[in-house]
Structure formats: C-alpha cells, structure tokens
Ligand binder design. Structure first.
Ligand code: SAH
Length: 215
C-alpha cells in the first residue's frame, strides 16, 4: 500500500473497527493508533496488516487479531507505573501496545527467531521500555517478579502456577484457557490478599502454550 491517502484511510478504518468491537478505553485506543501494526507483519501478508484478522508470522505462529489485542489490553487495566509480563512475544505487537501504557514490559518467547525479530522492531521504533527474551514463559521470570500485570497470549489448560505466584497482590492476569484445538475462554485473574478471583470474559482462539524452547 504505497498511496498515502489509502494508508491513512486504512488506519482510520482499523481504529474504527476496534472501537466497533466494544473497546472504549481512550489510552488503549491511542496506543493502537500510535503503534503501526504493519511494522510487525512481514512478507506476503504485510498488505493485510490493517484488517481485523490474525495473520501468519514465522515459526508457524500468528500475530493476534487487533480487536482481541485491544480487548485483552483493556481487560488488563494497565497503569503508567506498572511492570508487565507477557508470555508469547510472537510478532511483538501486543508487547509494543503494552509499552505505551506501562512503565516496563518483559515479553517471553520460546522461539529465538521471533524474539530477535520483535526486539529489532522495538529498537527501530524507539520503544526502549520493552524487552523480548528467549525462554519458556510458563515459568515466568522469577528474578524480576512480582508483576503488576501478566498477559498470556497462548492458550494453557489452566493458568500456569508459577505465573499466578509471580502476580503481586492486587495484580491482574489475563489468560486464555482451554484445549488448544477448540475455542478457549479468556479469563481475568485478580490476586487478592486471601487468594485468586477468576472472571470469564469471552471466547477466544490462540495457539497453544508449549513447554520448552523452540527450534
Ligand atoms: N502476542 C503475540 C501473538 C502470540 S502467538 C503478538 O502480538 O504477535 C503465541 C506465541 O506464544 C507464539 O509466538 C509462541 O511461540 C509463543 N509461546 C508458546 N508457548 C510458549 C512458552 N511456553 N513460552 C514462551 N512463548 C511461548
């Protein structure tokens, strides 16, 4: 898409679609407006970056549907002083959106190629409060815990125990749970003094959370 007017129109429609899916948080909408999804989609799908669709990326993974990114970000209720952990960097798009809302973002990815590519885009865009790291994210990041917010962008059968343990009291986690090959449920977990509170948000579909490092 080289025509500048067509580009502006496509990006306006992009935000309009996200709003029409029920996203109202102004900070989230501003972040979605500022971070260009096109920077996170390469190859033959680049021209479809402004469609509200998940798209294939390297290593057989996907960049999530933009309206789902926006709804999950809204559900996470990120504040400007928050330290946020993401599991499943993928393209880095979700992490880049979070970087606009949080103080610091750590994003974990089991495929080195994806983590490296995402970090390059963060650097190119000057996003210096977000880091992609290569590790099995189901163990979290014990050295940097506790986190104010945790977002998991791959589906687990249950919220992983280490991640629950690394959520600070009063903290919020958003995670898709369910079998990987069916529709999953997005849940929000709030850690209270005396335990965890669970709330079901909506049906979603994510690639599975897989143990160990990728190729
Ligand atoms: N948030 C991404 C999309 C996530 S796709 C984006 O904005 O583009 C899910 C990602 O989770 C995939 O890249 C997959 O490799 C990664 N993943 C799956 N299991 C993982 C694990 N145990 N640890 C870290 N990353 C994992």
């Amino acid at each position: 898409m080289s025509d500048p007017d067509a580009l502006i129109e496509a990006r306006m429609r992009f935000i309009y679609t996200i709003r029409s899916r029920g996203v109202t948080d102004t900070r989230v909408l501003q972040a979605m407006e500022k971070i260009d999804r096109r920077a996170f989609v390469t190859g033959i799908f680049a021209d479809r970056a402004y469609e509200d669709m998940p798209l294939p990326i390297a290593c057989g993974q996907t960049i999530s549907q933009p309206s789902v990114v926006a709804l999950m970000t809204e559900a996470l209720q990120v504040g400007p002083r928050d330290k946020v952990l993401e599991i499943g960097t993928g393209s880095g798009y979700q992490a880049a959106i979070l970087s606009q809302l949080a103080r610091r973002v750590y994003s974990l990815e089991r495929h080195r190629q994806l983590a490296q590519a995402a970090q390059k885009v963060f650097d190119a865009l000057g996003l210096n409060n977000v880091t992609a790291m290569v590790t099995d994210g189901s163990h979290g990041l014990p050295d940097i815990a506790p986190f104010d917010r945790i977002i998991v962008t791959a589906a687990a059968e249950d919220p992983p125990g280490p991640l629950l343990a690394q959520l600070r009291i009063g903290g919020i986690m958003v995670v898709p749970v369910g079998q990987s090959d069916t529709v999953q449920t997005l849940i929000r977990v709030i850690r209270r003094d005396d335990g965890y509170e669970y709330e079901e948000l909506r049906a979603v579909r994510f690639v599975p959370l897989v143990e160990g490092l990728g190729q």
